[in-house]
Design a protein. Structure first.
Length: 412
């Protein structure tokens, strides 16, 4: 006998055994309605009668359908239909028998021997599918329990997150947990196996996808900071650090980059009756003590073999700018040939003298880049001594001299 006819007989027997003796008295003899496919639930015991859209009042099988649905043997389809004219698959029949065995109705002594024989034959017919359904239901129950355990753990972690300051969107996380709970509840009770015709399409929920989403959610929760420490007091000395909130007094320290420099120059000196060209070098720092810097310069005048060395304290008026004027005060010494005793304005045949001076300077730096620039400088000296010809002064008396310079500077 085909499975559809057997299930039809079994379903009718179940209805009769459960107390619906008058299921076919309202209409002439007609084909009994096939049982509707199983809905996604492992066991069910509804307390109210489900009204199907395709089983209206007055239908010849309505009482039988209502009682079987009331007992939880058949739940109908999610769209609210019974689909009594469709054939049952072996898996659907196995699920009906599974629910019947779970309900305990067969042990109540209300089913006759002949009916029990018919039911037993039907169970035997679908025994393989029944065992498969039982195994799958057990697996799904275990999976549901595992998923619930994970969800509970996630809810605990979310509850432990700080309510502010961490950036965690607990509202979004809670909404996703609720969605996952709904998806778990809608996992189908059974799916069509490799044998027999394909069963009806159930929920499209993929347990693999749920596992992946739960794992991703766990990773996100784990990555959230547990606490947030307010930023107070003195911030980090890292100049790139951004501090939000009350930071107290912020002390800033300028970078030392670009303070030191070296340079080369050409100079022209004016003093008494001698005008002379020289060339030299300079080294210094724009800041040594606070805003005060220092500079050492050396010039060499090849005509008389004169060497001028000066040390000055400087003050740059536009520190760090591309155009930076500066002023300075200091002292120096000049080493040159000794003056002739017969004529102080010319050098003696032999001998070298060192003369001392004090003076000031004014200049300006112009930087093309952070490391390269040009400068111009005017320097005035007052020679305290005048024993050498290199001062450029007439006679041997003390006096003033000046030098103008221009050259390149390299900053680092």
């Amino acid at each position: 006998m085909p499975i559809q006819n057997k299930i039809l007989t079994i379903t009718s027997t179940l209805a009769l055994a459960l107390g619906v003796a008058s299921a076919q008295t309202a209409t002439p003899a007609a084909p009994a309605a096939p049982a509707a496919p199983a809905a996604p639930a492992t066991t069910a015991a509804p307390t109210q009668t489900v009204t199907f859209k395709d089983v209206p009042a007055g239908h010849f099988a309505k009482d039988a359908v209502d009682l079987i649905v009331q007992k939880g043997l058949i739940l109908g389809f999610p769209d609210g239909t019974f689909r009594g004219n469709e054939n049952l698959t072996r898996y659907q029949a196995a699920l009906i028998f599974y629910r019947l065995l779970q309900s305990g109705t067969l042990g109540g002594g209300t089913v006759s021997g002949s009916d029990m024989t018919t039911i037993a034959a039907g169970i035997q017919e679908v025994s393989t599918e029944l065992a498969s359904v039982s195994t799958r239901v057990t697996d799904l129950e275990k999976l549901t329990a595992d998923q619930q355990t994970k969800i509970t753990a996630l809810e605990t972690q979310i509850a432990a997150l700080p309510t502010s300051g961490s950036g965690a969107d607990t509202t979004a996380l809670t909404a996703r947990i609720d969605a996952l709970e709904t998806a778990v509840k809608n996992i189908p009770a059974g799916v069509a196996g490799p044998a027999g015709p394909a069963g009806p399409a159930g929920s499209a929920v993929s347990t693999t996808a749920i596992e992946a989403r739960l794992s991703a959610l766990e990773a996100r929760v784990t990555a959230q900071p547990a606490t947030t420490t307010p930023v107070t007091g003195t911030p980090s000395t890292n100049p790139s650090t951004i501090v939000i909130g009350d930071t107290g007094t912020v002390a800033t320290t300028d970078s030392a980059a670009g303070r030191l420099y070296v340079g080369a120059n050409a100079a022209y000196s004016i003093g008494g009756n001698q005008n002379k060209f020289s060339y030299g070098a300079v080294v210094g720092s724009t800041q040594v003590i606070g805003p005060v810097g220092a500079q050492v310069s050396v010039d060499y005048e090849p005509t008389n073999g004169t060497i001028n060395a000066d040390l000055a304290a400087t003050l740059h008026l536009n520190q760090g700018g591309s155009f930076s004027p500066y002023v300075g005060l200091g002292f120096g010494l000049t080493s040159s040939k000794t003056r002739s005793a017969a004529n102080p304005n010319v050098a003696a045949a032999t001998g070298t003298s060192t003369d001392y001076s004090v003076g000031g300077l004014v200049g300006v730096d112009y930087r093309f880049t952070d490391s390269l620039g040009v400068y111009a400088e005017a320097q005035g000296r007052y020679y305290i001594t005048n024993a050498g010809i290199g001062t450029g002064l007439s006679g041997t008396s003390a006096g003033f001299g000046s030098t103008a310079k221009a050259g390149l500077k390299f900053f680092f």
